[in-house]
Design a protein around this ligand. Structure first.
Ligand code: R5P
Length: 274
């Protein structure tokens, strides 16, 4: 029998991740402990999740973080982009040496909206990590689960258009439904080179509210469907103000100045996350 709706599961989950109303998403990246341990802002993970979850569209996190910090009743209120690659730590220089750490059956059991795999193009473990991605896509698509590919950048790689477009295109060709990458000069050329695959932008190390908001603004203006920021939200002194301001840019097309006004309005009630 011919399956006339072969992608219905994928599409349904994609709609949970990226709003079909405006084709945009504010994803909150809180998966860092999988290799960084209890990093600043994520030491008290349940408080961070409780504080920020209402303002994001999707949580990018790990199996253990969900299990330990999200009550079953709250799970499902926001879609989870489940990180399924890892196996290393900041105590080892070569972070690219990753394997698949969570199986697709577990992702189904957890009702993950999508699964995320890092790919380290140009690293010592390039082939392994690309095959981590393709193997995951082969299995996840069978269950209607979209795969987000993270273009992880080794310390020797330049975060320029040439490198990031190469890495992003490899992820698209592998079959990723969403590519997460870093912002760079001429970013619209990267977005064009993987169109129509959705692109979300990682925030990188903590910078400053105006700089991070400008990156969010420039990313969506260049055609990204949104951001998947972590440290620039949960390490800011005003994390709720920051995520609200990002939401105003991504979903409300606010300018950086308007978003900074939203940030400032929240500042008097702000408290830093542990
Ligand atoms: C890195 O591999 C992780 O997926 C992080 O979630 C990602 O780098 C985004 O977080 P940040 O905005 O802190 O860079």
């Amino acid at each position: 029998m011919v399956n006339t709706y072969p992608d219905v599961g994928i599409q349904s989950r994609m709609n949970r991740i990226i709003s079909p109303k405006d084709n945009r998403v504010v994803m909150l990246a809180i998966d860092h402990p999988y290799f960084q341990g209890p990093t600043t802002g994520l030491r008290n993970m349940s408080n961070t999740i409780r504080t920020l979850m209402p303002y994001c569209d999707c949580l990018m996190t790990t199996r253990g973080a969900v299990r330990a910090n999200i009550a079953p009743g709250d799970l499902g209120s926001k879609p989870v982009m489940l990180r399924v690659s890892g196996g290393n730590s900041v105590l080892f220089d070569e972070l690219s040496d990753e394997r698949i750490t969570v199986g697709i059956r577990e992702a189904v059991r957890m009702d993950a909206a999508g699964v995320a795999v890092s790919v380290f193009v140009g690293s010592a473990n390039q082939q392994r990590t690309i095959l981590n991605l393709t193997d995951t896509i082969n299995q996840a698509e069978d269950y209607g689960i979209p795969v987000l590919a993270v273009t992880a950048v080794g310390k020797d790689m330049a975060r320029d258009l040439r490198y990031l477009a190469l890495a992003s295109r490899i992820c698209q060709d592998a079959g990723a439904r969403i590519v997460k990458t870093y912002f760079c000069e001429e970013f619209s050329r990267l977005v064009d080179s993987v169109a129509p695959t959705a692109v979300v932008v990682a925030g990188g190390k903590y910078s400053s509210p105006p700089d991070a908001l400008k990156m969010a603004f420039d990313s969506v203006e260049a055609g990204a469907v949104g951001v998947d920021f972590g440290r620039n939200i949960f390490q800011d002194e005003n994390p709720v103000g920051m995520i609200k301001a990002i939401g105003a840019i991504v979903h409300g097309n606010h300018t950086v100045k308007e978003a900074m006004d939203i940030y400032q309005e929240c500042l008097p009630r702000a408290s830093k996350l542990e």
